[in-house]
Design a protein around this ligand. Structure first.
Ligand code: ZN
Length: 223
């Protein structure tokens, strides 16, 4: 087994099966590069976010580690009816390639819908699915999921109490820019830049300025 990975015993809250979840020794990783929407590449060639979704091989229940044990009785019954009854038991590979990660994340997205998770959670899953398609160099699926992520981030900003709201403003701006929606992007990025005194998040403001600059360069090329 890859020595950057280790196992942790987990109990599935839906079927009570115990299974081994894979975890990543994140402190051993060395960052190589980061995209403007926080997608990170490590020297070791591993994508730690692949392992943030726990997947029960017995019943198909999947969720981000942080949300794995959060579910009501009604949600549990709904998952058994709509997912587990259709699920074919299968061995889950310890090391995940992009395809394995995609299966886990798409199940987690389906489950998040059944659990009526908050828009910020759905947005996060869609955004990460877009990253997996970025790794797979599938631009049209990447954009489809970025589009979904933007819609849910916007919903999150409108409906939820969010601690780090300015980061979501930035992400909505940056993802819109990536999708070629410059006007929409500029509006959100401007609000990150004008909020700077309140947030004091210098790195985020710098990133918003870079993104804003790319929009200006693109629009000046048109004349
Ligand atoms: Zn299970």
């Amino acid at each position: 087994m890859n020595n950057l990975l280790y196992t942790k015993q987990e109990t599935c809250p839906v079927c009570q099966n115990t299974f081994l979840a894979m975890k990543v020794r994140k402190t051993k990783l060395c960052k190589k590069s980061q995209d403007s929407d926080f997608f990170t590449i490590y020297e070791e060639g591993i994508f730690p976010f692949f392992y943030d979704v726990y997947l029960c091989p017995e019943c198909g229940y999947a969720a981000l580690e942080t949300r794995f044990h959060h579910l009501t009785q009604r949600e549990k019954e709904n998952i058994i009816k709509k997912l587990s009854s259709e699920w074919k038991k299968r061995p889950i590979p310890f090391e995940r390639n992009p395809k394995d990660a995609l299966v886990a994340y798409k199940l987690a997205l389906y489950v998040a819908g059944l659990k009526e998770e908050k828009p910020s959670q759905i947005a996060l899953l869609c955004h990460r699915i877009a990253w997996i398609y970025r790794i797979m160099e599938d631009k049209s699926e990447e954009n489809r999921f970025l589009e979904n992520a933007v819609n849910f981030y916007e919903k999150a900003v409108a409906e939820e109490e969010i601690n780090d709201g300015i980061k979501l403003f930035y992400l909505i701006g940056e993802l819109n820019r990536r999708l070629g929606k410059e006007n929409e992007a500029a509006r959100w990025l401007a609000s990150v830049i004008t909020e700077r005194e309140k947030t004091g998040n210098a790195l985020l403001i710098e990133m918003a300025r870079d993104s804003w600059q790319k929009i200006r360069e693109k629009s000046s090329n048109h004349f």
